[in-house]
Structures are given as C-alpha cells and as structure tokens.
Design a protein around this ligand. Sequence first.
Ligand SMILES: C[S@@+](CC[C@H](N)C(=O)[O-])C[C@H]1O[C@@H](n2cnc3c(N)ncnc32)[C@H](O)[C@@H]1O
Length: 264
Amino acid sequence: MSLHDFLKDKLPEEKLALVPKGFEVIGDIAIINIPPALDEDKYLIADALASHSKNLKTVLRKLHKINGAARVGEFEILYGNRTTTLHRENNCVYHVDVAKTYFSGKMAHERNRIAQKVNDGEDVLVLFAGAGPFLISIKKTKNVNITGLDNNPAACSFLKKNIELNEIEAGVILGDANSAGHLFKKSFDRIVMPIPYGQDYFLNLARPILKPGGFVHFYTFKKDFEIPHFKRLLEEKGWHIELYRNCGDVAPRVSRYVFDLREC
Ligand SMILES: C[S@@+](CC[C@H](N)C(=O)[O-])C[C@H]1O[C@@H](n2cnc3c(N)ncnc32)[C@H](O)[C@@H]1O
C-alpha cells in the first residue's frame, strides 16, 4: 500500500493531491517534504508514513532546501525523537546524524559503480567525503590507500566512526578543499568529488594533485540543456570524458550528473 492509500480515508481529495508521492529513507528515518498547505495535517501524514513502513522510527519534515557549505538540511521532527540512525547499503554501514551532516540514500548504485571502477593498489582521495559513503564503499571493495577530506567537523567525526564500524583503514582530514594543493605532498590515481551545489570551480583543484593519466569522478548539478556546453568546457580544459550520466533529479528540471574524467 502506498502512503496515499493510507491517507485516502483521512484527507479530502484536494489535500490528498498535495501529499508527496516520494520520500527519502536513511536507515530508520524517513524525510518528507510536506507543503505549507498541509501544515495542519503534518502529524497525520507522519503517523501514516510510520504505519506504512514498520521499520521507520522517525519521520522528519524537510523545512528548507539544503543550503550552506555543509549541505545539511533543516528538519522538524514529526514522529520519533532522534535524527541519528544506522544506514546500511552495499555491505557497508553508516552512522549518521542527518541534522549535522549531509547524507543521501539515493546514491547507493553510484557509490557501488565507482567502487567497481577502482583498481587495487591505487592512491585514492575523496574530497567532500561527508560521513564516508564513497570512501567506505571503495575501501570495503578494493585494496587501496584512501583518504577523505571534509570541512565539517561533525562529518569528519562520523567518518572516523564509520571507518571503525566498517573495520577498514583510511586517512581523514578535517580541512578546506580549497587548500588541497597545499595539504597533499603526494598525488593521486583517482579523486572522487561529490561537490556541493553550484561549486564547479572545485574541479580546478584536482589537476595539480592528480597523477598523469589519473581519473576524477566529478559530481555536478545541471539542467539537461546545460550539458552540451559543460561537456565542451571540460574538453577545452583538457579533460577526456570517459562517461557521464544522470544520477537523478534534485529539484524541478535539475539533476545530479556524474562525469568520469581522465587527465590527458
Ligand atoms: C554534497 S555533500 C557530499 C557528502 C558525501 N560525499 C556524500 O555523498 O554523502 C558535500 C560535502 O562537502 C563538504 N564541504 C563543503 N565545502 C567544503 C570545502 N570547502 N572543503 C571541504 N569540504 C567541504 C560538506 O561538509 C559536505 O559534507
């Protein structure tokens, strides 16, 4: 049964039409975007969501678009009493606090795709590592030297916990990606860059710390029509585009894209 089925006897048609069809699940937390027109029905909707899936212990309402450098959303707790959870995917487990560090459960396929591309023995850097979903997926799958960097102290502290939880070894740096050129004395075979919204300029930081012929997995947010221009720009800057693909919508007509780039 869908959330709408649970609510159809409890809300009039015109309100039911406004109930979002989708919601995000991270561990046992559901995050839903309830529009202001449904303010007085928010607890009813949260209760319906919790009954719809018995594994859910918390329902959060997303209050604003994710903003700020840490990419952390603001939430109202509608059901349950915590924002921390354990999220499992691709044989890895993540302890996260969705109110303190960015995390999305929608990228599991993509993280596994990257982990499969990495070769044993590589030196890998994950910039904007957050609580560690790319870093841990890679290190659990391949025998690499890997380091993660993030400028959010809470993200780094969850990253360290998650490294322990998954029984792997990895470096963690609390620092600003803008200083990457000074922070690292060595260069990397591969750099993963799940950059924050609208900050494409970070790609320029990769080349000085990338080995010749190295790879970058670059995440960016674009409207479909912007892609041909962006591809040309990358090629003009000397990147070879091995693959690019749409990883899902983040806002009306805006999608997250990944570009697998090779230094040439
Ligand atoms: C879109 S999130 C990605 C997090 C994680 N890789 C994931 O997929 O869940 C972007 C991350 O970049 C971090 N960040 C933003 N600006 C940064 C900067 N200048 N230097 C280092 N980290 C930064 C944020 O704290 C956040 O954890």
